[in-house]
Write a protein that binds this ligand. Structure first.
Ligand SMILES: *Cc1c(COP(=O)(O)O)cnc(C)c1O
Length: 429
């Protein structure tokens, strides 16, 4: 006999009582009530707890990235340390004059300096950057794009569709594998076309090999219309002056903002959260008059980032300018950690956990950049597929499986979490 109240025996539990009975799941009461209601509606009150746990699992939480993919698209791309307190911020306030200021001016100048541009603005992501450039510089007009670059980057970024949304018209140039300067010339000279600009798109995560030819930014800059290069990954400078040993091998061939502008691009667009290692954002950098045209287009207001993003981006760009990116930008801190250091950390974790073996593995930069490139790393290897138990840990540890072994790459784990990883491994069944 469960109770001595007057409740009829067969009646389903009250929503409220059921919600209280699963309070240990640790969600705010209205979410427990929702789970209880749904379980009762489904005719199975005993499922309330598992529904509540599904809700808890869908909450945004920090996780430990043991995948070895540094800017992992499903894990929020580049990890960023957000430093902002609850104070107000001079987001649009000029501290010298006490007058209204611009949220773009300060960050624009920093980004411009970091990549050799005249000016820059920041929007919510690179898709927004491309869309804004097209709308502001080519709305109602034509944009010449090589057929080899009319690509889908993933996550729904498809060049023809972005073009259509922007109000610009796509003019296909050349062929899928070969596009020459003369193809662009003909497209611009064609009397049915009204070409406002040339857009060059870095295919990022795919590659055409063999009988291929593309036209360089330098050649395109002779065409007499603005050249906009969507370089995607956001490498600021191919010389990597923030790395003590200069550019690593795995960066080979990745286009960089500074060199693309120096080669003659009028604007570059790129993501802030790929190789740049900042928060989700998109950057438009280059000629001051063109940046200004983008900034004053009505869409710019709809695509502008908030203070949280801008302060994280400030912090990121200042680290590049101060040459402290290998300590202050987590992406580069992880990318630049020597293999021997990772190996030592992996050994210490295995010793402390009393479980697993250390093996070599390959990390990836991620976010669709540098296809095919990998960085030698060290991993903790467990027998069998332990992905689910690791995901159930607090905080969740995300790993990968290969050949029926679970591989936890140490490169993408913050050293401050090594002890946490060891205790997660120790407590596995
Ligand atoms: C990643 C990428 C995009 C999309 O950038 P988001 O920041 O995800 O919007 C667009 N173009 C290129 C070339 C890319 O690599």
């Amino acid at each position: 006999m469960a109770s001595d109240t007057n409740e009829p025996i067969a009646r389903p539990p009250s929503v409220d009582a059921l919600a209280r009975s699963i309070a240990h799941v640790g969600l705010p009461h209205p979410l427990l009530v929702d789970a209880a209601r749904r379980a009762i509606a489904a005719g199975d009150p005993s499922r309330a707890e598992s529904i509540a746990r599904d809700t808890a699992d869908a909450l945004l939480v920090p996780v430990i990235n043991g995948t070895g993919v540094i800017a992992h698209t499903n894990l929020g791309r580049s990890p960023v340390a957000v430093r902002q307190d609850a104070r107000a911020q001079n987001l649009e306030f000029d501290l010298r004059t006490g007058q209204r200021g611009s949220r773009q001016a300060g960050i624009g100048r920093l980004v411009a300096l970091s990549c050799g541009a005249e000016d820059a603005i920041v929007v919510n992501n690179n898709a927004a950057a491309v869309m804004l450039v097209l709308a502001a510089l080519a709305g109602g007009r034509d944009v010449a794009v090589s057929r080899g670059e009319s690509v889908e980057i993933g996550g729904g970024f498809r060049v023809p569709e972005v073009m259509e949304q922007s109000g610009a018209r796509l003019v296909d140039v050349g062929t899928t594998n070969r596009t020459r300067l003369n193809d662009y010339r003909k497209a611009i000279a064609h009397k049915r076309n009204d070409v406002a600009m040339v857009l060059k798109v870095h295919p990022s995560n795919y590659r055409v090999e063999g009988f291929v030819e593309e036209t360089s930014v330098h050649e395109l800059s002779s065409l007499g219309v603005p050249v906009v290069a969507d370089i995607g990954s956001g490498l600021l400078d191919a010389a990597c002056p923030w790395l003590p040993d200069g550019p690593p091998d795995w960066l080979n061939g990745e286009p960089a903002a500074r060199q693309t502008l120096a080669a003659g691009a009028d604007l570059v667009t790129f993501s802030g959260d790929k190789l740049m290692g900042g928060p989700q954002s998109g950057i438009i950098a280059g000629r001051a008059d063109l940046v200004k045209a983008c900034a004053s287009h009505p869409l710019a207001r709809a695509l502008r980032p908030g203070g949280l993003v801008l302060s994280a981006l400030h912090h990121t760009v200042l680290a590049y300018l101060a040459r402290t990116a290998t300590t202050d930008v987590p992406f580069w801190r992880m990318a630049a950690t020597p293999w021997s250091v990772l190996r030592t950390r992996a050994e210490a974790i295995v010793t402390e956990a009393g479980r697993g073996v250390v093996a070599d593995c390959d990390s990836l930069p991620g976010a669709g950049s540098t296809p095919g490139a990998s960085i030698p790393s060290a991993a903790i290897v467990l027998d069998g597929d332990r992905l689910e138990s690791l995901r159930r840990a607090t905080p969740p540890l995300i790993a990968r499986v290969r050949d029926d072994s679970t591989i936890i790459d140490v490169r993408t784990i913050d050293p401050g979490d090594d002890g946490v990883v060891a205790s997660i491994l120790r407590s596995l069944d």
